[in-house]
Design a protein around this ligand. Structure first.
Ligand code: PHE
Length: 343
């Protein structure tokens, strides 16, 4: 065998062998390539080595050197392949591991934590739903209000204690002689906004934030939510008010809720009542209500001889707290996920 024939054979084998090691995807494939090319008994390199004896004597030295060089090369390729796959193939024999680089879909999944709506938002959605079924549509108004909508149109004159700066968040934006703006202290503002916009009949609710400079405690917070309802039509009576409140409370609490009216006073309703609800063994004060004062009806251009109406305004935090047994409404605003995740 000529030197060139021997070298050609040798080079080709080396090329194949290097490729086999670099393409090996796991330790198994590396081992197979090792046996095939570098195997001590039947390895292909061993076969080529046998041919070395047939090479002419004067070419033996060169042929032998090249052979040793390529054998070392292949051994290097083997070690490199084995090293780069270290850590693979160590899975216990009874699991079906994924090929390297791909996720192992046989592993147990990692559970994602789902977010959820804030309990007050959930309550608002539910209240809209219940009142929607009773025929009330949703109206909206701004949280920054003027004194007309927050007070005057609601029959609360300049001298009334409800307008005291200590009872309200005035924004202090007014020039001398102008009316100031304030963060609305009640959603009754929306009653006026709706009646200014449309003739009777009216059947709306409005849900949103209101602001009062109260010190936070278990039942107060300087910002809270109200649900306001207004129904104006021919021959609306106090009995309608009580029926609607009772249906509403029963739908929300899902049990036999009783409604109690206590005489009260609001400048924009006459007569006025405090609304208590009993569910279980206690009466809870939920807000105010009454028959829309004729002055309010005329201030928006309605004829009090033609139509009458009722209105109520309840605290959403209290309603939600009552249903879920929350004893301190400050919990709603502490942003403690352990609390919020329960809803
Ligand atoms: N706006 C009153 C409050 O904030 C509640 C109320 C609403 C009373 C509607 C009567 C009618 O306390």
């Amino acid at each position: 065998m000529s030197l060139s024939a021997f070298l050609e054979q040798l080079e080709q084998l080396a090329t194949e062998g290097r490729e086999a090691f670099s393409k090996a995807v796991d330790q198994d494939a590396v081992e197979k390539a090792r046996v095939k090319y570098l195997g001590a008994k039947k390895g292909l390199l061993k076969e080529v080595q046998k041919q070395l004896g047939k090479v002419p004597a004067e070419a033996k030295r060169e042929a032998g050197q090249r052979f040793n060089q390529l054998k070392q090369d292949l051994q290097g390729a083997l070690e490199k392949a084995a090293e780069s796959l270290k850590g693979d193939g160590e899975a216990p024999a009874n699991t079906k591991g994924a090929p390297p680089g791909l996720p192992d879909i046989t592993l147990p999944g990692r559970r994602l934590r789902l977010g959820r709506l804030h309990p007050i938002t959930q309550t608002i959605e539910e209240l809209k739903d219940i009142m929607g079924r009773l025929g009330f549509s949703v109206a909206d108004g701004p949280e920054i209000e003027d004194e007309w909508h927050n007070f005057e149109a609601l029959n609360i004159p300049e001298s009334h204690p409800a307008r005291d700066p200590l009872e309200n968040f005035y924004l202090g934006t007014a020039q001398v002689g102008q009316k100031d703006l304030l963060l609305r202290s009640q959603t009754s503002t929306v009653q006026i906004r709706v009646m200014e916009q449309q003739p009777p009949p009216v059947r709306i609710i409005s849900l949103g934030r209101v602001y009062r400079p109260d010190t936070a405690d278990a039942t107060h917070y300087p910002m809270f939510h109200q649900i306001e309802a207004l129904l104006v039509d021919k021959q609306v009576t106090m009995a309608d008010l009580k029926s609607v409140l009772r249906l509403f409370a029963r739908s929300y609490f899902g049990g036999d809720v009783h409604i109690r009216f206590r005489p009260s006073f609001f400048p924009f309703t006459e007569p006025s009542v405090e609304v208590d609800m009993s569910w279980g063994d206690r009466w809870i004060e939920m807000g105010g209500a009454g028959m829309v004062d004729p002055h309010v009806l005329s201030s928006v251009g309605y004829d009090p001889e033609e139509v009458t109406g009722f209105a109520f305004g309840l605290g959403v935090e209290r309603i939600c707290a009552r249903r879920h047994g929350v004893r301190d409404i400050r919990e709603f605003y502490r942003n403690d996920l352990r609390f919020l995740r329960q809803f």
